[in-house]
Design a protein around this ligand. Structure first.
Ligand code: JHZ
Length: 404
């Protein structure tokens, strides 16, 4: 068996888990396929813990299947690179105000991918080390970033000899099953005033923005602030600051440390908002199923109509969420000619479950589509800027399908 069932809450260990969403069985979103490949599918069901209110998938697929080779390269998006550059600037300013243990600030980035964040941090003078399990994601030699090819764990942390000012983890914490082991390793390696900085998509944005396509096997947890506060307190590294960013459809960045920095009031405001908006109550979530079904039907219908009118529709961004959306909405390869993605590791493959070819950018110029379906809607501005000259109309699928 390539997956295990979740029997208790990942944070508070309660067995009071209630299912509120079932999106059926779909393939692993980032495991792209060749034409002749066979496909494994796994269930997508979301459960709510009635004690700490963590939403979580009902199964955990073996991480080695998903991350030993990883098609996603963070550096393809300039928007994300800019985001990382600014994050480096913020952390550098924090370091300047702290007691210094090293002559320059040092950072370990967990799930460093192709070194995107660390390259930006180095521009601010950080000493950098990456930890990344995917063997195909080594940063280019010309921009060498020391990277350990492994999963982050407490046991891996115990092999490091130098404690660090910062540990960063962007878009990985939701992917981790054993978050206790993850945080034990973090705590072990932080300097006494060191700070762990974690960015995760913020669950209320998923709900408000109907971002159901971001529910897929990699994302084991869907975080509100309250369960995160509970978790970090249990590990004695309390969260003292939270910031909201628009990246990836709306994320929160949390700052935590074993040094008891003063907890900012804004945290309590966010928790009050979560509470008053009903996020701690299962009744908030039961309507999702119907809403998602309606959204999928609308997208399917629109693409069918365009197909019948003889229009050529191409996708842009073979994102994990896009691939999930195509599966949830059962979009046939007849409706979508191909998907352009500028990640070389994705090109030449097909989308799992829907068999749509993934091609390079030159195909936009060759094929001259009438419509471009923005499957990476979170980078709408960047994708539109790059394709304006094609003269196609855009289809944005989320929160509700619309033509621009
Ligand atoms: P993008 C990823 O999800 C993976 P995905 C992961 N599971 C996660 O948690 C989230 O991020 C947060 C391409 N592209 O970033 C690159 C271009 O071709 O929305 C990507 O394949 N040209 C870790 O995959 C895809 O689109 C461009 O100019 O849903 C975007 O994927 C740009 C901007 C992107 O995340």
């Amino acid at each position: 068996m390539n997956y295990k069932k979740v029997t208790h809450c990942r944070i508070c260990k309660s067995k009071n888990l209630t299912k509120y969403l079932d999106l059926g069985n779909v393939p692993l979103a980032n495991n792209l396929i060749g034409v002749a490949d066979t496909l494994d599918i796994y269930p997508i069901q979301v459960l709510l813990c009635s004690i700490c209110h963590l939403s979580q998938l009902s199964i955990v697929v073996d991480p080695k299947l998903m991350y030993s080779k990883y098609a996603y390269h963070s550096s393809v998006s300039q928007t994300f690179k800019d985001h990382c550059f600014k994050m480096g600037e913020t952390l550098k300013a924090m370091w300047i105000r702290k007691e210094k243990f090293h002559p320059i600030p040092n950072v370990i980035d967990i799930a460093s991918n192709d070194g995107c964040l660390l390259k930006e941090f180095r521009k601010h003078g950080f000493g950098v080390t990456g930890v990344e399990p995917a063997s195909n994601l080594q940063p280019e030699l010309s921009e060498y970033i020391p990277t350990i090819n492994d999963f982050w764990s407490d046991s891996l942390a115990s092999r490091f000899t130098v404690a660090v000012d910062f540990i960063t983890a962007t878009n990985v914490f939701a992917h981790v099953d054993d978050i206790d082991d993850f945080l034990n390793g973090v705590k072990r390696l932080l300097l006494p005033n060191g700070i762990v900085v974690i960015e995760v998509p913020y669950f209320p944005n998923l709900i408000a923005g109907n971002q159901f396509d971001t529910i897929y096997h990699e994302h084991l947890s869907y975080f509100l602030l309250k369960p995160l506060m509970i978790l970090f307190k249990l590990h004695d590294i309390p969260i003292f600051r939270v910031e909201k960013y628009p990246i990836h459809g709306g994320s929160i960045r949390i700052y935590a440390s074993s040094k008891q920095y003063e907890v900012e009031n804004s945290l309590y405001d966010i928790i009050d908002d979560e509470d008053s908006n009903g996020f701690y109550n299962i009744n908030k979530y039961f309507y999702l199923s119907t809403k998602i079904e309606n959204s999928c039907n609308k997208l399917n219908l629109m693409l069918e109509e365009l197909h019948l009118e003889g229009k050529k529709v191409m996708g842009y961004g073979a994102s994990a969420k896009g691939i999930s959306l195509l599966n949830y909405a059962k979009i046939s390869a007849n409706y979508l000619h191909s998907i352009v993605d500028e990640t070389p590791d994705k090109q030449g493959n097909f989308t799992p479950g829907t068999n749509i070819p993934i091609v390079d950018f030159s195909h936009f110029e060759k094929e001259k589509p009438d419509f471009i379906l923005l499957l990476a809607w979170n980078f709408e501005a960047e994708l539109r800027r790059k394709t304006e000259h094609i003269g196609a109309k855009y289809i944005v699928p989320i929160p509700e399908v619309k033509i621009l």
